[in-house]
Design a protein around this ligand. Sequence first.
Ligand code: PBG
Length: 332
Amino acid sequence: MPSSRGDKYHLPIRPRRNRKSETVRGLVRETSPAAEDLIYPLFVQEGEKDDEIASMPGCKRWGLSGLVEETGGARDEGVRAVVLFPAIDESLKNPTGDESCNDEGLVPRAIREIKATYPDVAVITDVALDPYNSDGHDGVVDEDGRIRNDDTVHILCRQALAHARAGADIVAPSDMMDGRVSAIRAALDEEDFEDVSILSYSAKYASSFYGPFRGALGSAPKSGDKKTYQMDPANAREAVREALLDEAEGADMLMVKPAGPYLDIIRRLRERVHLPLAAYQVSGEYLMIKSAAAAGWIDEDAVVLETLTGIRRAGADMILTYYARHAARLLR
Ligand code: PBG
């Protein structure tokens, strides 16, 4: 329908009008990642030394002082929450991961130091046995290689209590054992920690994207894989089932992990569950961006913000990302 004015069309509906300037784009923008939605995963080790992590360029295993300093630096740039992952000395590992329940262990000491210095930073802890377990599994392994669910849950409860006593704001079971949310909730309440929240890794997939993280902690399984407890990447309905169970067991927040390859899962859970939802941009996702940027193939800052926007748009309220501090700086 060419009009009388040369080659112009009479097009009353023109979606491009809403993109005509940064101001108008700002008015119609549906999703914006914000620093306050970001959770910063930090690795901690004994001693005062900070070490570069070979498998995760740009990340460090922090000594306690470095950990507190990095937390403060990130906080000053807008990050409000950290999640701690300990690198435990091999000599402290055993088949039942006893060190995970030690009130004077590395994580409880790290929590106390951070909370003493930055009480307004939310400290989240990962509850699972793999950093402490001589088999490198998230649970206790029996003679025939099977993971013992209920025995593991007892230990997870004691681990969560050690974190709560040290001042953790949120405990995050990442082990994928059945029934651990209700058991941890009961254990916390029994000791009057009813204000400590549970962020459940509800839909944690048996993913190949965790490799660099396991390199950082020396926590790779010594034998077998994690497919009898972590989820099959092929399944989506099963994630909804896990999420509904965790909601019924009393979880305060749920998580999907990894994030980027599982945006459909984030969206499904968003539509089915009314709890706040977190997504974990894991080590392999981080490294794909890092390495492509290091080769000069992509614009790191732009890609980081685009991935975070995509994860938020899919329905996540919060994002765990090794880029948290970097992204907070970009978002200022
Ligand atoms: C273990 C745990 C893993 C991650 C977080 N918690 C690894 C695993 O399940 O083997 C992975 C995080 C990442 O890859 O960034 N409970």
